[in-house]
Ligand binder design. Structure first.
Ligand code: 5GP
Length: 186
């Protein structure tokens, strides 16, 4: 990958600024702290796209909270959903039995990925499962899903930045931007 200096060559427009992200993550962190006070929830970070959001969100939560990671993807490296959901844990597996799990996701699109992850967690004996997503594209929903904590609704456009990639690139952008369509139609 070439050094990434000229953002304007790949980003059509900024949708959510760094300051807006910071304010919203702080607000959601405070909300989760209030609603889970007296419990010790487990954040389940869905890799790879939500690593940045999960890291900032965890620092905005003031009650005891744990974190685990799973890999789940329905997209591969293209911008079009491919169908099946691939769920993988680290070597020791994932212990969620009797835990209050908060799934931390980058973006809910059709809802396919999180529907599969929710079922996986229920099968593994989680006590409760809620969803916290950084972004949502409500227009695109195919699998109905209750998202308890949502940062931003966005229109049906392909976005990158703040952890979200296109073909493994652009995750390091500190804002969310709409990718120029010519980048993914090339
Ligand atoms: P779903 O299973 O809800 O259809 O898709 C969710 C996943 O699709 C997200 O975790 C993300 O990886 C990917 N995705 C959906 N829309 C976008 C987008 O606009 N940009 C990027 N980078 N990924 C997206």
């Amino acid at each position: 990958m070439e050094e990434f200096k000229n953002v304007n060559s790949v980003i059509e427009r900024v949708l959510i600024t760094e300051d807006e992200i910071k304010a919203k993550v702080t607000e959601i962190g405070a909300k989760i702290s209030d609603e889970y006070r007296g419990r010790e929830p487990l954040m389940l970070c869905i890799l790879s796209g939500s690593f940045m959001f999960a890291s900032d969100l965890m620092r905005a939560i003031t009650i005891p909270v744990g974190i685990s990671f799973i890999y789940a993807s329905s997209y591969g490296d293209s911008s079009i959903s491919s169908g099946d959901v691939d769920i993988r844990t680290g070597k020791g597996g994932l212990d969620v039995r009797d835990r209050d799990v908060i799934i931390v996701e980058d973006i809910v699109d059709t809802g396919r990925t999180l529907t599969a992850v929710k079922k996986y967690l229920a099968d593994k004996g989680a006590k409760s499962v809620e969803i916290c997503s950084f972004l949502d594209k409500p227009e695109r929903r195919v699998f109905p899903l209750e998202v308890k904590y949502m940062c931003f609704d966005i229109p049906n456009e392909f976005v990158v930045g703040y952890g979200l990639d296109y073909a493994y690139k652009y995750r390091q952008l500190p804002f969310v931007g709409v990718l120029k369509p010519e980048i993914y139609t090339k």
